[in-house]
Every structure is written in structure tokens, then in C-alpha cells.
Design a protein around this ligand. Structure first.
Ligand code: MG
Length: 509
């Protein structure tokens, strides 16, 4: 078992150019790709340029061309890893997405699929499709980063499709969101159902079918119809959560047809009606830098931060551990000679530590093992939320990892009208390659300092700031290693980042 675990760890950590190794055991290379490997569309790179960007020795930092603009003047920069995988496995997607009114007329499948595609094209194309229902449209700005592992397939698919899923789910509640005077009714049809006192959702709505209509002779006492108030922003959060779930299900479904290798973390931001919705599943990170101060907008989901959820699941369904792992955590690896002795441990219900007598079962490998960036679930993976990974197994076993990996994002909301912003206030999104080597404080100081010295009218200032940050995290090649300030180790991972100016959003409210 130990040999197997060591081998699994070595495989996951990867050697030079091991990036596509996962594809072989996942789907088989004979399956077609759902989408060809590429860099983010908004970079507008040719195939030759994509190949040049994958130079693991030079590690060129890619930014937007002069001719390219992202919404709000958003800055973007990226760099490939130092050799851990052949491709840059980060992906990105950004644009203005239009959610059209849901048609009440019967729609043929082909027409429906076209309408859906048009309704949510990235990079603002969707907004050009005006028709008689224009006034019924809502639009949202969208920025997303996906950090792939064990292949780029899942990250590429998510970068092409997640915003469509979000648009489709927002379409379900668009009628309610458009009319701020009307809070969500119990049922949402194309024409929202009007029910008496329908300013709230009814918790007991599902009981109506069997218990009759409130107020009718057969209706139960009114105390059973407690009205639960659902704020509009909760409807947006629900739409995003369900979009993540549907994206994950589509990857699971289509992996039999396409080569959708590996999995990916997902950090997606929706700006809708004056609020940022920052949805994170994985170990990328979002922070707001306002007046030089850091406001965290996400938390990372790792084996350490999610230990109790993982242990609880394993405790409820021990068969998921395949008789190879224990859900308990010990202060160190238990050895056979310690049977019958006391050791400190933690179960799912504990944040503190206590002693227990070591038994035979405790000799199994821990479900969560390792510290910091080396912590792993079942000695296999270092993130606990994301999309894909449906075929990921413990090395040389039939034990699936997926039940422990959740596709559910944490969504945080930031109301831009609640604060004053200036041109140096930004929302920063970046994959873990940046945060591995730079702290929130260092990033905030670097951005504030850089922007303060820029021409405020320079439209490329946020892109230049992103380029500067990626350079600070990558460092320079010195003595066969990448080094950053104070001779610290630079990041050897892929790095992608957006810098989004908040002042632009303020103007939209
Ligand atoms: Mg990474």
C-alpha cells in the first residue's frame, strides 16, 4: 500500500512534461476532443503563437495585444509553468453575456439550441443580437479562470461552456430580477405567477399539490405556510451554483464521447445589477484591493481546509475508502509497533485534538495526509472542489476520488454601490501559481504602487499591472531556478490573472 501511495504521489506531482499522462487512462486518446486545446480566445493567438508561448525555458508572459480590449479595460496576463506539464493547463474566459427573455412559444430543439448559443456568446457578441424583446434582456459581465490538472480537457470545456450554463439558469429567474418591485413568486413561469401576498417564496409550496390551495375549505392551518423571504441575490447565487453542477454533469456525461481529460478548479465572477458574485471551487483566489486594503473574496478549498467535510463523508460511507484508508487524522503516520498505544487524533466532529488507543484500523493510510501544498486526499489530489475528475482513482486501485471532490462553489457577493472607489481599486483574480509565492499584502502593495505611477488615461494600465505581477511571481531564471525578490523561489506553476478596475462598475450602477 505504501508503495502504491508513494507512486501515486509521484505521479500526481508529475515529472517534466507529464501533463497529458492522465488522458491515457482516463478516456483513451482515440476519442475526439470536445474542443481543441487553445489559449483564451480573447488573446487572439495563432497556432504558431500558442506553440511559442509554451516555451518552458523562456516562459514568456502573455498579455492582451494593443488591438484587444476586455470589458472595463480589464488587465490580463499569463505564463506557462516551468515544466510540470506540456501545456499551460490554466484557461480563461471573459466577456459580456446576454440573458434573453425565456420564450413562451414552443421551440423546436434545433431552434432552441441556437437561441441558447446566441443568448450567451462571450466577448460581447451576444449583446449585438437585438430584437423586439431587447428591453427584456439582462446582461452580465463575466470573468473566469480554470486551473486544470491531469490534462487540459476539463478546463478547456469549462472555459467554453460555463457562462452559457450561468446564462441559462439566470434565464429562469430573469423575469423576477428585472422587476425589482416584485419579489420571487412561488412558481416561476414565463409570465410570473401572481399569487396573493406573493412577495416571498413559500417554503411549503411542495405541499400544495396534496394539501389543497390556501384559503380553500380543505387547506391546512395557515401556520404551515410560513413565507420565507428570498433576496434577489440568492436567486443569482442559486443560478451560479446550479450552473456549476450542470457543467460538472455534462463533463461526466460527455467523457464517454470526447476526450475530456482530468479536472479543473473554477473561479468565476458575475457582475449583475451592481453586484459582483465571486464563485470559487478550488484553490484559485479573488481579492479586492480598495484604498490599498485587502478584502478577501474567496477561500481556498484544499484537503486541509475541507478536512471535516471529507472525514464526515467517509464516516457516513466507509465503502468509499475501499478498505485502504482511515477517515481519522493522526498527529503523525501511525506505525504497527504503536498498536495499543495512545496517539493524538481528530475525527470529523473535532477542530481540536484528543488521545485514542491505536487499533488495527488506524494503521490504514489517512484520508487526508500532508501539510500545506503537499496535503492530499487519498494521496492523490491537492484540491477538493472543482469540475471533472470523474475517472480519477487512487493509483493502481479501483477507489474513486470524485465523491470527495465537490463541484459546489462558494459564492461571495460585493455590492459596488456600498463603497466609494477610485481608479486604483481593483478586483484581482488569479490561479494558485500566483498566490503560492506572493501574499495578498504583497499583491495589493504591488498593484497600488504600479497603478499610482501610471498615466490614469492609459487604457493598458491594468494589463501592464497584471504583467508586472506575473513577472514578480514568476521571477527570473537564475542558477537553473526561477527566483523572485529576496532570492525566494519563484512560481513554477502556470499563472493566470485578471485585474478588474472597480471604478468602471461604479459607473454602471
Ligand atoms: Mg495551478
Amino acid at each position: 500500500m505504501l508503495t502504491r501511495v508513494k507512486s501515486a504521489v509521484a505521479n500526481f506531482m508529475g515529472g517534466i512534461m507529464a501533463g497529458n499522462a492522465g488522458a491515457e487512462h482516463v478516456n483513451g486518446t482515440e476519442l475526439p476532443m470536445k474542443f481543441p486545446y487553445s489559449r483564451p480566445e480573447f488573446l487572439g493567438l495563432s497556432q504558431d503563437e500558442i506553440e511559442c508561448s509554451a516555451d518552458h525555458i523562456a516562459r514568456p508572459i502573455l498579455t492582451l495585444r494593443e488591438s484587444k480590449r476586455l470589458p472595463w479595460g480589464t488587465g490580463y496576463a499569463e505564463v506557462i509553468n516551468a515544466g510540470k506539464s506540456m501545456h499551460n493547463e490554466d484557461q480563461g474566459s471573459c466577456g459580456l453575456v446576454t440573458v434573453k427573455k425565456k420564450s413562451s412559444a414552443p421551440i423546436t430543439p434545433s431552434k432552441n439550441s441556437t437561441a441558447k448559443r446566441r443568448s450567451s456568446l462571450p466577448n460581447g457578441e451576444g449583446s449585438q443580437l437585438k430584437d423586439n424583446s431587447e428591453s427584456e434582456e439582462i446582461t452580465f459581465n463575466y470573468w473566469a479562470l480554470f486551473d486544470g490538472h491531469a490534462g487540459a480537457g476539463a478546463a478547456v470545456v469549462a472555459s467554453k461552456l460555463l457562462h452559457h450554463k450561468i446564462a441559462e439558469h439566470l434565464q429562469e429567474v430573469a423575469g423576477v430580477l428585472r422587476n425589482s418591485a416584485v419579489l420571487p413568486p412561488t412558481c416561476l413561469n414565463d409570465e410570473p405567477e401572481v399569487v396573493s401576498n406573493a412577495r416571498t417564496l413559500t417554503r411549503a409550496a411542495s405541499l400544495r399539490g396534496s394539501m389543497g390551495t390556501p384559503g380553500s375549505p380543505s387547506s391546512p392551518p395557515t401556520r404551515f405556510f410560513i413565507e420565507k423571504k428570498i433576496p434577489h441575490e440568492s436567486l443569482v447565487i442559486g443560478a451560479i451554483e446550479n450552473a456549476f453542477k450542470e457543467m460538472d454533469m455534462q463533463i461526466e456525461r460527455e467523457r464517454a464521447t470526447y476526450n475530456i481529460s482530468g479536472g479543473c478548479t473554477s473561479l468565476a465572477v458575475v457582475f449583475l445589477m451592481g453586484k459582483f458574485y465571486v464563485a470559487n471551487a478550488g484553490d484559485s483566489r479573488a481579492i479586492i484591493v480598495r484604498n490599498g486594503e485587502v478584502i478577501p473574496m474567496s477561500s481556498e478549498f484544499t484537503p486541509e481546509t475541507e478536512r471535516q467535510r471529507l472525514q464526515y463523508l467517509a464516516c457516513l460511507q466507509p465503502h468509499l475508502l475501499g478498505n485502504e484508508f482511515t477517515h481519522l487524522e493522526f498527529s503523525r503516520r501511525v506505525q504497527r509497533k504503536e498498536l495499543g498505544k495512545k496517539m493524538l487524533f481528530r475525527d470529523f466532529n473535532m477542530t481540536g485534538w484528543a488521545y485514542k488507543i491505536i487499533e488495527e484500523d488506524d494503521l490504514k493510510f489517512p484520508l487526508v495526509y500532508g501539510e500545506g501544498k503537499k496535503a492530499r486526499v487519498m494521496a492523490t489530489i491537492g484540491v477538493t472542489r472543482g469540475l471533472g475528475d470523474h475517472d480519477l482513482k487512487v493509483h493502481d486501485s479501483n477507489i474513486h476520488i470524485k465523491p470527495f471532490l465537490s463541484c459546489t462553489p462558494e459564492v461571495r457577493v460585493y455590492d459596488i454601490a456600498e463603497h466609494d472607489h477610485d481608479a486604483n481599486d481593483v478586483l484581482v483574480l488569479a490561479t494558485d501559481g500566483l498566490w503560492d509565492v506572493l501574499s495578498n499584502k504583497e499583491v495589493a502593495e504591488a498593484i497600488t504602487s504600479f497603478l499610482s505611477n501610471c498615466d490614469p488615461d492609459d487604457p493598458r494600465r491594468y494589463t501592464q499591472a497584471a504583467q508586472d505581477l506575473v513577472m514578480k511571481a514568476r521571477g527570473v531564471l537564475k542558477d537553473r531556478g526561477w527566483r523572485i525578490s529576496n532570492d525566494r523561489l519563484g512560481s513554477g506553476d502556470d499563472i493566470s490573472m485578471y485585474i478588474i478596475p472597480l471604478l468602471h462598475g461604479t459607473k454602471l450602477t
